[in-house]
Design a binder for this molecule. Structure first.
Ligand code: AHG
Ligand code: MN
Ligand code: MN
Length: 337
């Protein structure tokens, strides 16, 4: 018997504190949550339902799509297109925006998502997730355009992720702190298990794909060198390192026990005229909002991510986020550079 707070109850109770709330937003969040439950079930069933492996196609970013990238994208579209809350959606897996089709009611919100983050991990049964961000459209008229999505992260109304790990969890912010919910598979409800999540300010744990080390720029090189030098180096302490290759899982670890996550700018990207690895609108911005709401810091190394003015739907950015004091140290190294 559960006496706890369900996610549905939590968001309805939050809505009561918002003057003039119509229930539209609450209802939209419920549809997003439902989509994540469907994806959780799909990921969990894996090869039993034949969803693992490559789809043999490429997305707009030139990445090979997994079957699950396509299936989960479809789940998000179908779950969120019918209720009348959205004007349009945008996803990692779709080159263009997806306006709510004619014949279905259009609303005032925009939804961006990475339906399956860390999808290289699906075939090896390692944690993956879904990331989403909700904006309000600033466009008049009936036909939503890509331009409506190009708002800085500070304009996000809500952001969240679902983590499909040993437990399925949903972590959510509407700009008043961060709360975590665990899916009770027996009753099909997310229950509040992690109220008011807060990131420790200090950490001795970092996450970076060190196979890129030879390409790193000086400030990142310096930071990692100092950490690896441990007790005998300038930091005077030993550090620990993790790399899951699923941003959702890394951010979740940081929310629970602190840490820093880096997917920085590097020389190889610069040579290829790339602006980073992770995508601003549906990876970096929602994660930055969650991190900041939990007391952490999120930066490109030189600028606050949430203040960047997006120029393109699939724009990439360098990402350095996590425990406040450690990320500020790395920003300091960039400023000195
Ligand atoms: P996606 O599966 O949505 O394309 O995202 C994967 C991202 C991110 O989650 C992870 O941190 C990073 O790419 C992994 O990059 P490497 O393959 O370079 O380790
Ligand atoms: Mn991703
Ligand atoms: Mn993805």
């Amino acid at each position: 018997m559960h006496n706890g707070t369900s996610l549905t109850q939590f968001i309805i109770e939050e809505q009561r504190h918002i003057e003039g709330a119509t229930g539209d937003f609450t209802s939209l969040l419920n549809d997003v949550v439902t989509a994540c439950k469907v994806i959780s079930n799909m990921v969990n069933q894996g090869d039993l339902i034949g969803v693992l492996g490559s789809a043999g196609s490429e997305n707009v970013q030139g990445e090979t799509q997994k079957k699950l990238d396509i299936l989960t994208n479809d789940v998000f579209i179908r779950s969120n297109e019918w209720a009348g809350h959205l004007a349009a959606m945008a996803s990692e897996e779709m080159e263009e925006i997806y306006p709510i089709p004619d014949g279905k009611p259009r609303g005032k919100y925009l939804l961006t998502f990475d339906p399956l983050d860390g999808s290289s991990n699906t075939d090896v049964n390692v944690s993956v997730g879904t990331i989403f961000s909700i904006l309000k459209t600033n466009e008049e008229g009936d036909t939503p355009s890509e331009k409506a999505f190009l708002q800085p992260g500070t304009e996000q109304v809500a952001a969240g992720y679902a983590l499909y790990g040993p437990s399925t969890m949903m972590v959510l912010t509407t700009g008043k702190g961060v709360n975590g919910f665990t899916l009770d598979q027996n009753i099909g409800e997310f229950m509040l298990t992690h109220p008011n999540m807060s990131i420790p300010e200090d950490t001795r744990e970092f996450a970076i794909n060190s196979s890129n080390q030879r390409h790193w720029e000086a400030p990142v090189q310096r930071y990692v060198d100092e950490a690896l030098a441990g007790k005998t180096g300038t930091r005077g302490e030993d550090f620990n390192m993790r790399w899951i290759a699923s941003m959702v899982a890394e951010v979740h670890r940081i929310l629970i026990r602190g840490g820093v996550f880096l997917y920085p700018m590097d020389e190889k990207m610069r040579a290829n005229e790339a602006t980073g690895k992770l995508r601003l609108l549906y990876e970096a911005n929602p994660m930055s909002m969650i991190i900041e709401q939990a007391g952490g810091v999120s930066s490109t190394g030189r600028e606050r991510i949430m203040e960047l003015q997006p120029e393109r739907l699939h724009q990439r950015v360098p990402v350095i986020l996590g425990s406040k004091n450690e990320v500020e140290r790395i920003i300091g190294y960039h400023n000195e550079d």
